[in-house]
Design a protein. Structure first.
Length: 255
């Protein structure tokens, strides 16, 4: 942080309608601001149950030649009955100037609803063998890697169990780790969604999974509460097999 600059914050649990700051004893509504250290220390006292957490940041400077900058905000929160998730929003903001002369503080507002990304990862033997999944013609070993069973030279498909996201969501992208992809073999993923976990929409366009750790946007999929994916293991005619280590589907909760 450059000399003479600072950043402070206020928080709302109702989409920035009523802002709060820590007054030394409790979170209080009003126009006050709190340091990052104070917010981090007393963040848990905001309580549970909100879906619309809002954070405002005020960027301050006393030197017209210096400006603080805010590049990254990370919020850890716990969904009821769930585990801690980390949500990060990349932000770039600087103090603005009025006609290039007078200093003007600005407030930066970002909503947790924009950060509500949930990830569903399959990377263990039990994950891949979850009830409702299909892995005929494939081996899922103790290390959680998946590959063609035996010298198979025809494509085999792994189909995941239906995944309940918990609410209507947009399917954003797939992330994967492919351990082996011999020349002449391929891996391809498709996803589909359902409102009730029973009646499903059409499979999305195939996305080719490349070697290593990579990701791809999934498009053309209806917003729904349930998602399912399938991965086609194709040895083409080589008799060798691609090897998949991990697959993650990322969804964004909608309100």
């Amino acid at each position: 942080m450059p000399p003479g600059t600072s950043i402070d914050y206020s928080i709302s649990t109702d989409s920035c309608n009523v802002m709060q700051y820590w007054d030394g004893n409790q979170w209080t509504t009003g126009s006050g601001w709190s340091s990052a250290q104070t917010v981090n220390r007393y963040f848990s006292f905001l309580g549970a149950g909100t879906k619309n957490l809002c954070l405002k940041a005020r960027l301050n400077t006393t030197d017209p030649n210096q400006t603080p900058s805010l590049d990254n905000i990370k919020i850890n929160y716990n969904q009821t009955g769930g585990t801690d998730d980390i949500h990060t929003k990349k932000i770039t903001s600087r103090v603005k100037w009025n006609n290039g002369l007078a200093l003007q503080d600005i407030s930066l507002s970002e909503y947790l609803t924009d950060w509500m990304y949930r990830e569903f990862t399959t990377n263990t033997q039990s994950d891949f063998n979850t009830a409702g999944s299909t892995s005929a013609g494939l081996t899922v070993d103790a290390n959680g890697t998946v590959y063609l069973a035996g010298p198979i030279i025809s494509a085999q498909t792994y189909i995941s169990a239906p995944i309940d996201i918990g609410q209507t969501s947009q399917i954003i992208k797939a992330l994967w780790s492919v351990f082996e992809l011999p020349i002449g073999t391929s891996l391809a993923l498709q996803a589909r969604t359902s409102n009730d976990g029973a009646a499903w929409g059409a499979w999305s366009t195939l996305v080719s999974l490349t070697l290593g750790n990579n990701e791809s946007v999934l498009s053309g999929i209806a917003n729904n509460q349930w998602v399912q994916y399938q991965i086609v293991f194709d040895p083409v005619s080589t008799g060798t097999t691609p090897v998949l280590d991990k697959i993650t589907i990322q969804a964004k909760n909608l309100y």
